[in-house]
Ligand binder design. Structure first.
Ligand SMILES: CC(C)(COP(=O)(O)OP(=O)(O)OC[C@H]1O[C@@H](n2cnc3c(N)ncnc32)[C@H](O)[C@@H]1OP(=O)(O)O)[C@@H](O)C(=O)NCCC(=O)NCCS
Length: 226
């Protein structure tokens, strides 16, 4: 969308999914979160889709730069435009940030193995017992413009709440800083209820909060039924 002089005021990227025919708003940006521009872009995409289920900001795609959802605090006009058009929002992720510019925490526990991986581009960290048993792992994204990503961290259930998660996270910071990161971001899918056997993120949230991360935003996905 552009104004009469040709200045781009906003962009929407959308597609129809061949498998189920659903409409997808992959990404949308209105200049300075202008409400009228956001509404016009949402209206344009809906007009192209016709009557069908439409998902917006439902998964990461190339133009979303890895964000699996709309950061609603920073994008209030886009959220309002979607809700005004009949989309229902769902709060799905914490979006966290930590600077890596100060002195990094260190400790004396054995260092995790590091191996490079191609997908996602970055590194896998493996924390092992002295007999080689794997007790923790993490996936790191290669820094872009000084920003590294912690894609995943986990410890073996039988070894949790003994400090291994904190130890492995320190090593992740050290690795990212050595690779040029000045900041690290991560996402927490904390939309499951406490006690959920697979997705309870109480421990992860405690770990991140106590290791210097702050919440930048919440990531929401949206659905509109015909
Ligand atoms: C998150 C995780 C990596 C933490 O690993 P860990 O080895 O237990 O970590 P630590 O022992 O260093 O503990 C870190 C913090 O979590 C807290 N914690 C650990 N288990 C907990 C539990 N079951 N409930 C509440 N808090 C818990 C610890 O008390 C500690 O906080 P504190 O220092 O303020 O007391 C681990 O719980 C895990 O693998 N969870 C499943 C995967 C996951 O959620 N990954 C993160 C995805 S975003």
């Amino acid at each position: 969308m552009h104004d009469p002089s040709g200045w781009v005021r906003g962009v929407v990227s959308y597609a129809k999914r061949p498998g189920d025919g659903a409409g997808l708003i992959l990404w949308l940006h209105a200049e300075e979160e202008d409400q009228a521009v956001a509404e016009a872009l949402v209206g344009h995409a809906l007009g192209q889709f016709g009557p069908r289920t439409v998902y917006a900001f439902a998964f990461a795609s190339a133009p979303s730069l890895g964000l699996e959802g709309l950061p609603v605090r920073n994008r209030p006009a886009t959220r309002r435009a979607l809700e005004a058009a009949g989309f229902a929002g769902r709060d799905r992720w914490r979006y966290l940030h930590r600077p890596l510019d100060g002195p990094l925490p260190t400790d004396a526990y054995p260092v995790a193995d590091v191996c490079e991986c191609a997908d996602p581009p970055g590194w896998q960290m493996h924390l092992r017992e002295s007999d080689g048993t794997l007790v923790g792992e993490a996936t790191l994204g290669r820094p872009v413009d000084g920003i590294g990503v912690l894609w995943w961290i986990s410890t073996d259930p039988a070894h949790r709440d003994r400090g291994l998660g904190r130890h492995l996270l320190r090593q992740c910071f050290t690795r990212l800083a050595a690779e040029g990161a000045r900041e690290v971001i991560t996402y927490v899918d904390d939309d499951a209820p406490p006690g959920d056997p697979e997705h309870d993120r109480t421990a992860a949230n405690r770990l991140y909060d106590s290791m210097g991360f702050t919440e930048l935003d919440r990531l929401w996905s949206f659905t509109r039924c015909p």
